[in-house]
Design a protein around this ligand. Structure first.
Ligand SMILES: Nc1ncnc2c1ncn2[C@@H]1O[C@H](COP(=O)(O)OP(=O)(O)OP(=O)(O)O)[C@@H](O)[C@H]1O
Length: 331
């Protein structure tokens, strides 16, 4: 038996009829870590989360939490809890009754469940608003009620399905920091589904990039961003150019690509190009270039470097980079 409550997915498959949504994934998530399942629409991340939650049955494979095989247990017996997109709070119930709801379903008596709900609301700094209905709370307060509601069954793993996508950009960043703060102070495993690489990079200890029902790469945000293993990961994470070379396709970060006016000696790491467009972004300038080998690629220059030596559309340039900044991509 594993004394830690690590979560392990073993060759997990989900089929809907003939369609394969999750194509046999293996993944280990350390207890107490923040894991983001990241990928474009339809890549299978929600199906994976729902299988872990027990809202969807696995077609094949196993889900093991702390050494216990939970693959076929009912949702309420798994030690997991789900926090939904837009929080799915009951509009006619007070914050307190929303939080107490799942204990009511489990037959816990009223005094005990209200006491526990009140304690949890206190913990998320909402004790004074316990009587309010969801419509009388701000987006951020609703998120905290949803969090308290998910925590009331004392789960080992909290599952979050696009929890920030309904919020406006400003609140999203604020609530993102709050989620991370809660995860750290609770020391609980969070598994968070998102299609935003920015969100995953900001939150995750472990980011799992998925495509077409498979895991393309997983690791720390730093390792995935700095050494994408495939063309899909390089393009999806952004900030990289994918460039054909004598070693096959390579990824080079746009901010590690340099530009010079004079042609450099020909070689692997040199790309003659023409500037197509320049875009001022504040702290940096984004240049779009064209070359014979790559129709379009980007270079990011710090504002001061651009101002010291401005580029115009139509300028000829020579793009180059250090060999160490070139990451070979799997075919
Ligand atoms: N109940 C279902 N019946 C049939 N097909 C489904 C069902 N749920 C999901 N799918 C299909 O399975 C694939 C994976 O869906 P899933 O919802 O897991 O992806 P996702 O990465 O979470 O996408 P999104 O970000 O759009 O929610 C998709 O092709 C989807 O159309």
């Amino acid at each position: 038996m594993n004394p830690r409550t690590d979560l392990e997915l073993v060759h997990l498959v989900k089929r809907y009829g003939d369609a394969v949504a999750v194509a046999g994934i293996d993944l280990k998530i350390a207890a107490g870590s923040y894991c983001c399942l990241l990928g474009p629409s339809g890549c299978g991340k929600t199906s994976t989360l729902r299988m872990i939650a027990g809202h969807e049955l696995a077609s094949e494979g196993d889900i093991v939490l702390g050494g216990r095989n939970i693959t076929n247990l009912p949702a309420s017996e798994r030690g997991t809890a789900m926090m939904f997109q837009s929080y799915a709070l009951f509009p006619h119930l007070s914050a307190l009754d929303n939080v107490a709801f799942s204990l009511k379903m489990r037959g816990v008596d009223k005094a005990a469940r209200q006491k526990k709900a009140a304690d949890l609301l206190e913990r998320v700094s909402l004790g004074h608003l316990a009587h309010r209905k969801p419509a009388e709370l701000s987006g951020g307060q609703q998120q905290r009620v949803a969090l308290a509601r998910a925590l009331i069954t004392e789960p080992k793993v909290l599952l979050l399905d696009e929890p920030l996508s309904a919020l406006d950009p400003f609140l999203r960043i604020k609530m993102r920091a709050e989620l991370k703060g809660w995860q750290t102070s609770l020391g609980m495993t969070f598994i968070h589904v998102t299609h935003s690489q920015e969100e995953a990079m900001a939150l995750a200890d472990q980011v799992v990039v998925m495509s077409q029902g498979r895991i393309e790469q997983d690791g720390s945000p730093h390792s995935v961003f700095n050494a994408p293993r495939s063309e899909f990961v390089a393009r999806f994470m952004g900030g990289h150019n994918v460039i054909p070379s004598s070693r096959g396709l390579v990824a080079v970060r746009a901010d590690k690509t340099r530009l010079s006016r004079d042609p450099l000696p020909a070689g692997d790491t040199v790309l003659p190009a023409t500037v197509r467009a320049t875009e001022y972004q504040g702290t940096y300038v984004l240049l779009t270039l064209h070359s014979a080998a790559v129709d379009e690629f980007n270079v990011v220059l710090p504002e001061a470097a651009f101002e010291a030596q401005p580029w115009q559309p139509g300028d000829s340039a020579c793009a180059h980079w250090d060999a160490a900044d070139m990451h070979p991509l799997a075919a």
